[in-house]
Design a protein around this ligand. Structure first.
Ligand code: PHE
Length: 448
């Protein structure tokens, strides 16, 4: 490789920490519990675990591998890797697609992260105490109906993200991640510790782990696959750039497995923290999107030390979201600095500012623009949400698997992954066949 690499983690442990911070996010603490709740619990969890193992980890490894092999910003990395295997430079577009996905994803992600930040203060100040179910829902409804409030928190969240990324890989990203990731696991353990003492613990565990085979449906399978990609931060160029910063002598196989294990552990712990509380306070597990903001506060309002536990819970969401948002901004900033020759500080504020701007549309679509529908169907937020989740993420994951499996030369991926031959063959089988077929089925079924 002719060019020198664009940066390097201080240690491979920091890479694992940062990649775990990326992987553990709203997807784990907010989304995983509510889609599990809506899809019957244990059976869904089992399917999700299987998909992570068989498809998620191999594709995650593929993305990290492409990044490390290239050693550059996402677009350039893919160009380098493509050319080395005698493929056209146009594969660089796949890196660009990842950047675009990160851009749009963060514009909506930041809005929800902002809600969590606002709820940290509500919870710690005791705002849920003594409210009944209806009043909690009213609190939520009037909050999202208030564009100024949402804008404030969206701005704060993007500002903090920009500040961290602008300080550079070592001073910014590594420093932040060393606080956020251990912090979030400590909070999770405290919350699970509380959950264990509640009378609903057993019911929660049964719900989470007892598979009911009648619950396997095509749609829950597809949901689990989408969630597996999303939760491992695949297809947003995040793992490409984090891989580009990874030292040559680190094992991608071991790193990929550690990241997936920690990510899965955090999702399961979040489920273990949440469902016992849901059962103890007579709430419903299948409350959907509102589970975290409309259901749980009721329990926090009633339980002993509910202020503290509630505050910690929303803080957990913010920590998790920050580790993720950093990893969505980083690939874009790396690209902007390399492609346009702009210094990191400027690039960070510019990128975050643009994402913020696009996010304003989502803020408004919860209130002022609520009735404004594109093609009579989507509001602005829903449009971006569908664009990212139905199109960009699955397609990005598909193309990464196809590129690494069919276009990159076998000798290069073999050299880069340094796995025992039998495991390497399994990896290759997954990214050449299993992952593409699963995603293609997903896309076809979704659009039928
Ligand atoms: N993995 C994150 C989550 O579970 C989301 C994410 C996707 C973060 C892509 C970075 C990049 O919430």
């Amino acid at each position: 490789m002719t060019q020198s690499r664009i940066g390097q983690w201080s240690s491979r442990w920091l890479f694992i920490l940062a990649a775990t911070g990326s992987a553990v996010g709203l997807g784990n603490i907010w989304k995983f519990p509510y889609i599990t709740g809506e899809n019957g619990g244990g059976m869904f969890v089992l399917m999700y675990l299987g998909l992570i193992l068989v498809i998620g980890i191999p594709v995650l490894m593929a993305e990290i591998m492409l990044g490390r092999r290239g050693g550059q910003s996402p677009v350039k990395s893919l160009e380098v890797v493509a050319q080395e295997s005698g493929q056209p430079k146009t594969w660089g577009w796949l890196g660009f697609a990842g950047i675009l996905t990160a851009f749009f994803l963060l514009s909506i992600y930041s809005v929800i992260a902002g809600w969590s930040a606002s709820y940290v203060f509500r919870a710690f100040s005791g705002a849920f105490a003594g409210l009944d179910a209806q009043q909690i829902v009213m609190m939520y409804d009037s909050f999202i109906a208030n564009p100024k409030q949402l804008m404030l928190w969206h701005t704060v969240f993007m500002g903090v993200t920009a500040l961290i990324v602008s300080r550079g890989l070592q001073n910014g990203v590594e420093t932040a991640i060393q606080i956020l990731v251990p912090g979030l696991f400590i909070i999770l353990l405290i919350l699970v510790g509380y959950s264990i003492t509640t009378p609903g613990f057993k019911e929660g565990v049964v719900f989470l782990f007892k598979p009911d085979f009648s619950m396997i449906t095509a749609s829950s399978f597809l949901l689990a696959l989408g969630q597996a990609f999303f939760t491992l931060s695949i297809a947003t160029a995040s793992m490409l750039i984090y891989g580009a910063y990874l030292a040559k002598n680190a094992s991608i196989f071991k790193a990929g497995c550690s990241i997936a294990v920690l990510d899965t552990l955090s999702a399961l712990l979040a489920g273990l923290a949440i469902f016992p509380i849901v059962y103890t306070y007579g709430l419903l597990p299948d409350e959907g999107v509102g589970l975290v903001f409309k259901t749980l506060p009721l329990a926090f309002g009633e339980m002993p030390y509910g202020r503290m536990f509630g505050g910690l819970f929303f803080l957990l969401l913010v920590f998790a979201a920050l580790g993720s948002s950093i990893s969505m901004v980083e690939p874009i900033v790396a690209w902007v600095t390399q492609r346009w020759n702009i210094v990191r500080v400027k690039a960070s504020w510019l990128v975050a500012g643009l994402i913020w701007l696009v996010g304003v549309g989502s803020v408004l679509s919860f209130n002022v623009w609520q009735d404004y529908r594109l093609f009579g169907r989507w509001n602005y937020y829903e449009l971006l949400d569908d664009l990212v989740f139905m199109l960009l993420l699955p397609l990005g994951g598909l193309l990464i698997a196809i590129f690494a499996g069919w276009f990159m030369k076998r000798q290069f991926s073999f050299a880069e992954l340094e796995m025992p031959p039998a495991l390497y063959s399994l990896w290759r089988f997954s990214i050449r066949f299993l992952a593409p077929i699963a995603v293609i089925v997903l896309v076809i079924v979704t659009f039928m």
